[in-house]
Design a protein around this ligand. Structure first.
Ligand code: T5A
Length: 208
């Protein structure tokens, strides 16, 4: 636990429905009288949004090597933790983050096959003691998720990998959930949006 508020993160492959469900859950929490802060990774601060642009949309990003990618995701996160997440938790807010350090564990450690121990050390350096109270993993076949994500106008570099990459990412997440059963809870993302929301709401209510 990272402060007097609650810290909830959402994880999953592209197009699994995180942003849509977060929006719904955040509204329900606000209706219930909670002060909620929603942020996303990479990004969520002025510095982080610039890093996001370099990572995902800049022309130069096509030449980016995996090691640089890892460091940039961690750099964005260090800023977000100290500038936004920890102060908000100290104020007692519910902080919901669309992706957090598990994305690095899985996308860079499993997807890109970088050394998992190095990834873990950098993750720890970036977040310090700021661990989520709950992580919701929305699990979905990447073929469905990519179809959903690619329906959008804005198409980013990370959405342009091979299917094998996204299958490794899905497997990496499921293995992570098995290792961290107390924190990481899996929700089936293939169901109707209302059903996904109901399952997530049950988990979120449980930690509040
Ligand atoms: N990354 C990130 C790393 O490699 N390492 C890291 O450390 C971090 C932090 C981020 C990229 O960076 C990578 C991971 C990513 O590749 P992003 O643009 O933030 O990129 O992309 P995502 O986080 O993947 O977000 P997406 O928008 O692609 O996916 P979401 O948020 O999971 O999906 P959402 O809610 O936008 O839904 C997609 C579409 O599906 C519909 C929605 O209406 C929407 O149109 N939908 C459903 N349709 C039917 N049934 C349902 N149950 C549905 N749920 C949603």
């Amino acid at each position: 636990m990272a402060g007097s508020g609650k810290f909830i993160t959402f994880e999953g492959g592209e197009g699994c429905g995180k942003s849509t469900v977060i929006e719904r859950v955040a509204s329900r929490l606000r209706e219930a009288g909670r002060t909620v802060l929603v942020c996303r990774e990479p990004g969520g601060t002025d510095i982080g949004e610039q890093i996001r642009h370099v990572l995902q949309y800049s022309k130069q990003s096509a030449a980016m090597v995996p090691e640089t990618e890892l460091l940039l995701f961690c750099a964005s996160r260090s800023q977000l933790v100290r500038e936004v997440i920890q102060p908000s938790l100290r104020e007692g807010k519910v902080v919901i983050c669309d992706r957090f350090f598990d994305s690095t564990t899985v996308y860079q450690g499993v997807g890109r096959k970088l050394d998992p121990q190095t990834v873990a050390v950098l993750n720890k350096f970036a977040i310090g003691t700021c661990l989520p109270d709950l992580t919701v993993l929305i699990d979905l076949d990447p073929r469905i998720g990519l179809e959903r994500a690619r329906g959008r106008e804005l198409f980013d570099r990370m959405e342009n990998q091979t299917l094998d990459f996204y299958q490794r990412v899905r497997q990496g997440y499921l293995e992570l959930a098995k290792r961290e059963t107390a924190r990481v809870k899996v929700v089936n993302g293939a169901g109707k949006l209302d059903d996904v929301e109901a399952a997530v709401w049950k988990l979120v209510s449980g930690v509040l």
